[in-house]
Design a binder for this molecule. Structure first.
Ligand code: ADP
Length: 609
C-alpha cells in the first residue's frame, strides 16, 4: 500500500517538473579574418555574402567573428606576434570551427600561426588571385576559391577603350606595399614590353591630381587602390575612384565592383557577392563534416564590365566593345523611365482623338440637319407666301389694269392722231413716252410678284434691315390698299447691317404685317393703321409692326408663337411659329405685347454684324 502511494507521488512530482527541452543542433563559430582594415566596401560586401549564404544553408546557428589584419598599414614580425597574442586572449573561451581568410596576407598569417591559435582548424581562403595561389603550396585542411586579378587584364581593357594605347599610368599604393595587387610586380616586364609605364604611385593626392590632368594622348590610367599616401594620410581606396576619374584627362581602368559607378570606365571586375557566396558554400561543407583538403580549389571569374556614363564621357561606341562585355549603370531611355506615363498620355491622346473625331462627326451631322431644316424652313416660308399669293394676285391684277388701260387709251389716241393729214409729232412722242412708262409700271408689278413667289435656297448675306423692310413694304402696301388699311413706316437713318437670309427676313416682316391687317378686319375705317418702324437699340437691329386691332389676350402673348395656334377660321397657325424659327436661326428674338391704347405690337431683334 505504502509502495503504491510512493509511486503515485513520484509520477505526480514528475508531471509537475518541467520537461527537459531536447538539445538543438550545436552552435558553430566561424571567424572571418580580413587582411584589410574594417569598413572597406568590397570586403564588407563579401563578408555579408558569406553570412547570408551560411545562415541560409546551415541547420545550426552560426556565430560569426571578424578580425582585420590591416596589413596594408601594419606589418612586421612584431606586429604579427602581438596580433596572435591578442587573438589567443580574445578567443580563449571560444571554439572556432572554421576560419575564412580574406586576401593572401590573411592566408599567410593563418598558415604561419594556425597551430598556435586554433590547431588544425579548417581554413577557406577567398579573394586571392590565381597567379599568387599558383606560387603557394596549400597546407593541410585548407581550400578556397581564387579570383582573376591581373595587370595584363587591365592593359587589355585599356586597349579596348583606346586602340592606339601607348602608355599606362599606374595609380595606387606602391605595388610592394599592396596586398591584393602585389603580384602585379611580376607582370611589369611583360607589360613594359607592350606599353610605356608611367609611375604615379605613392604620390600625395595634390601632386597626383596635377599629374593626372596632363596625361598625354593614348594613355590610360590603371587604378589599383590607395590605402595611404606618402604623406601618411589613410583613405578608403574605392572612395577615391571618383576623384581620380574626375582629375584624369584619360579613362580610368579599375578591377573591383566597389570601384564602379564612380566615373571609372570599368575593367575585368571581381564581384564581391560570388566571392562571398563561394567561400560560404565551402565553409558550410566543412561544418557539415567534409575535410577542407577534400574540397578542390575553385575559381570565381571576373566579368568584363563597362560603365555606361563613362563610355559616354569618352565617346566610346558600344559596338567597339567585345560581345562578352556587360554595360552597367545605363541611363534608362525616356521610354524606359516614363513608360507608364507615356502609355497613359498616349491612351489619353487616343481617347481625345476619338472624342474629337466623334464630335466632328456629330458636328457635321448637326450642320447637315441644320442646313436641311433651313431648307425646309425656306420651303415652308414659300408655302406661306403662296397662301397670301391669291389675295396678292387679285390686287396685282387690279394694279396692272391701270397701266394697261392707260396704254390702250394712249394707243387709241395715237391712232387718231396718225389719221390726221398733219400728225402732231410732238404729241405722238409724248404718247409713246407715256406708253413706255406705263409698260414699265406693269412690268414692275409682275417682277415683284415673281420675286415674291420665287423658290430661293437658304443663303446667308450681309444686308441692311432697313432695305429689306422697304422692299417688303412695297409688297405689303398692295395688300394694305386692298384691305383699306393705312400702312405707315418710320425707317431709321442709322444703318442696320445684319447677316442673314434676305427672303426669310422679308417673310417675317410680311407675316407680321398680314397678321396686323387681319386683326383689323373688323376695326372702324379711321383706326385701321399699321406702322412699321426700324431702330438701332444697343447692339441690335430692331423692327416693330404695330396695329390698332383688338390686341392679344395677355395669357396668349407667348402661345401665339406655338405651331398651329390660331384664332382664325381659315388660319393655319404657322405664320408666327415660322417667324420665330427664322428669327432664332438668325440668333435674334421675337416677342409680342399689347399697346397701351389698343392693338398689338410685334418686335423683332437681330444682332448687328
Ligand atoms: P394664323 O395667322 O394662321 O392664325 P399665325 O401664327 O400667324 O397664324 O398667328 C397665330 C395667331 O396669333 C392668330 O390666329 C391670332 O390669334 C394671333 N395674332 C397674330 N397676330 C396678331 C395681331 N396682330 N393681333 C391680334 N392677334 C394676333
Amino acid at each position: 500500500m505504502r509502495g503504491r502511494a510512493f509511486l503515485i507521488l513520484v509520477v505526480f512530482v514528475g508531471l509537475l517538473l518541467p520537461t527537459p527541452v531536447p538539445a538543438g543542433p550545436a552552435e558553430r563559430s566561424v571567424l572571418v579574418l580580413d587582411q584589410s582594415s574594417a569598413g572597406l566596401p568590397f570586403n564588407t560586401a563579401v563578408a555579408s555574402a558569406i553570412r547570408s549564404t551560411m545562415n541560409a544553408g546551415s541547420k545550426s546557428p552560426i556565430s560569426f567573428f571578424s578580425e582585420h589584419l590591416d596589413a596594408n598599414r601594419f606589418f612586421g614580425p612584431e606586429y604579427e606576434n602581438d596580433f596572435v597574442q591578442f587573438l589567443k586572449a580574445k578567443y580563449r573561451e571560444r571554439h572556432i570551427d572554421a576560419v575564412i581568410v580574406f586576401g593572401v596576407s590573411a592566408l599567410d598569417f593563418i598558415t604561419r600561426h594556425r597551430e598556435q591559435l586554433w590547431p588544425s582548424v579548417p581554413v577557406v581562403f577567398a579573394a586571392i588571385d590565381e597567379a599568387t595561389m599558383l606560387r603557394r603550396t596549400l597546407s593541410n585542411n585548407v581550400t578556397g576559391a581564387t579570383m582573376q586579378l591581373a595587370l595584363q587584364d587591365m592593359v587589355k581593357v585599356a586597349r579596348i577603350v583606346m586602340p592606339n594605347l601607348k602608355a599606362v599610368a599606374i595609380v595606387g599604393d606602391p605595388l610592394e606595399r599592396q596586398t591584393f595587387f602585389r603580384h602585379f610586380i611580376d607582370e611589369l616586364p611583360a607589360v613594359e614590353a607592350q606599353v610605356e609605364i608611367v609611375n604615379l604611385m605613392d604620390l600625395p593626392l595634390a601632386d597626383l591630381a596635377k599629374r593626372l590632368a596632363v596625361l598625354p594622348d593614348n594613355t590610360a590610367v590603371l587604378y589599383t587602390g590607395i590605402y595611404f599616401t606618402s604623406d601618411g594620410v589613410s583613405y578608403i581606396p574605392a572612395e577615391l575612384t571618383s576623384q581620380i576619374a574626375q582629375w584624369a584627362n584619360r579613362p580610368v581602368v579599375v578591377t573591383a565592383s566597389s570601384y564602379l559607378n564612380k566615373g571609372a570606365i570599368g575593367g575585368y571586375i571581381v564581384q564581391s557577392h560570388p566571392i562571398g557566396q563561394q567561400a560560404g558554400h565551402m565553409a558550410l561543407r566543412i561544418l557539415a563534416g567534409e575535410s577542407a583538403s577534400d574540397i578542390p580549389v575553385a575559381k570565381v571569374p571576373s566579368q568584363l564590365t563597362f560603365d555606361w556614363p563613362a563610355l559616354q564621357r569618352w565617346k566610346i561606341n558600344e559596338s567597339h566593345l567585345p560581345p562578352s562585355a556587360q554595360i552597367v549603370f545605363r541611363e534608362p531611355t525616356v521610354w524606359e523611365r516614363y513608360s507608364w506615363q507615356i502609355g497613359l498620355v498616349s491612351v489619353v491622346i487616343l481617347l481625345q482623338g476619338a472624342l474629337i473625331l466623334g464630335l466632328l462627326r456629330e458636328y457635321r451631322r448637326r450642320r447637315f440637319a441644320e442646313v436641311q431644316s433651313r431648307q425646309s424652313m425656306a420651303e415652308l416660308a414659300r408655302v406661306m407666301r403662296f397662301s397670301t399669293a391669291g389675295e396678292l394676285t387679285a390686287l396685282m391684277a387690279h394694279e396692272l389694269n391701270q397701266p394697261l388701260g392707260a396704254i390702250l387709251t394712249n394707243a387709241e389716241t395715237a391712232k387718231v392722231i396718225l389719221k390726221s393729214p398733219v400728225p402732231d409729232i410732238a404729241e405722238l412722242s409724248e404718247i409713246v413716252e407715256d406708253i413706255w412708262r406705263d409698260d414699265h409700271r406693269a412690268g414692275e408689278v409682275i417682277r415683284r410678284m415673281k420675286s415674291f413667289l420665287k423658290k430661293a435656297p437658304f443663303e446667308l448675306k450681309n444686308f441692311d434691315l432697313n432695305d429689306v423692310a422697304r422692299e417688303t413694304l412695297v409688297v405689303a402696301s398692295s395688300l394694305a390698299v386692298g384691305r383699306k388699311v393705312e400702312l405707315t413706316h418710320l425707317i431709321t437713318q442709322n444703318e442696320l447691317p445684319i447677316l442673314g437670309d434676305r427672303i426669310q427676313i422679308q417673310q417675317v416682316i410680311l407675316n407680321l404685317v398680314v397678321n396686323g391687317i387681319d386683326a383689323m378686319r373688323d376695326a372702324p375705317m379711321e383706326s385701321r393703321t399699321i406702322s412699321v418702324r426700324t431702330s438701332l437699340t444697343e447692339k441690335f437691329a430692331e423692327l416693330s409692326v404695330s396695329d390698332r386691332g383688338p390686341g392679344i389676350p395677355e395669357s396668349k402673348l407667348k402661345e401665339v408663337f406655338e405651331p398651329f395656334f390660331t384664332s382664325k377660321a381659315e388660319g393655319m397657325g404657322m405664320g408666327l411659329s415660322i417667324a420665330r424659327t427664322i428669327v432664332e436661326a438668325h440668333h435674334g428674338q421675337i416677342w409680342a405685347k399689347n399697346r397701351d391704347h389698343g392693338g398689338a405690337s410685334f418686335r423683332v431683334r437681330l444682332p448687328l454684324t
